[in-house]
Design a protein around this ligand. Structure first.
Ligand SMILES: [Zn+2]
Length: 222
């Protein structure tokens, strides 16, 4: 097995009614550990590199090329994804480096600005065949921007997908980044309504999978 696009892994999971794990790479050892763990579990995995991680390393390229190299020699299918990019130029750099998928995070922007910028970034990524994740309704806790009770509205989600052309959507359904206690509670009813709203909502009638962001899934009480 080898480097694959997250499109392939996410679509297979969505079709099967399951999920696929995407874990953040911090440094080379994290990426090695994640690939090793996935191989031991016999499961595919998505390695994701965030804008914060790229900035920590002083640039995206070194950690990106290391992760892509690990993916190519892995025993199981591994995708490399750009996570929480708020700068469009970082998305363009990831596409040029060979990422199969990117997240453009306009979740903190006013709705109209999020739509306009996400659509622009997605169009460029799509020209390179790259799978694009957008975000609507800020996922709580990131960079201190936690807004308690923020939830993604299903009708708005469908309109956002239609207006931007994103292939997957990160939604606010009760999960949170940077949790320090077990207080997050997933709104399963809202997840079901979002899933129904995004069925067939993508390009060529494709389903648009939901992306759940959380610091540590073990800490979510569903
Ligand atoms: Zn996240």
């Amino acid at each position: 097995m080898t480097l694959v696009s997250a499109r392939e892994l996410v679509t297979a999971a969505s079709d099967a009614g399951t999920g696929i794990g995407a874990f953040n790479v911090i440094h080379l050892e994290t990426a090695e550990g994640l690939v090793r763990a996935a191989a031991l579990a016999g499961l595919p995995v998505i390695l994701q590199i965030s804008q914060n991680c790229a900035d920590y390393h002083g640039g995206l390229e070194p950690i990106a090329l290391a992760s892509l190299a690990l993916a190519r020699r892995a025993e199981i299918p591994v995708a490399v994804h750009l996570d929480h990019a708020e700068r469009p130029e970082l998305v363009d750099e990831a596409v040029a480096l060979g990422f199969g998928s990117v997240m453009f995070d306009g979740g903190a922007l006013p709705y109209d600005e999020n739509v306009a910028l996400t659509a622009e970034v997605a169009a460029r990524a799509h020209r390179a065949g790259v799978f694009v994740e957008g975000e609507l309704g800020e996922v709580g806790g990131k960079d201190g921007a936690h807004a308690p009770g923020v939830r993604t509205d299903p009708d708005e989600a469908r309109a956002f997908v239609a207006a931007t052309g994103v292939d997957a959507l990160a939604v606010a359904v009760g999960s949170s980044h940077a949790m320090t206690d077990r207080t997050a509670s997933l709104d399963l009813d809202l997840i079901a309504r979002l899933r129904a709203a995004l069925r067939g909502a993508g390009a060529a009638g494709a389903d648009v999978p939901l992306v759940l962001h959380a610091e540590d899934p073990a800490d979510i009480e569903a």
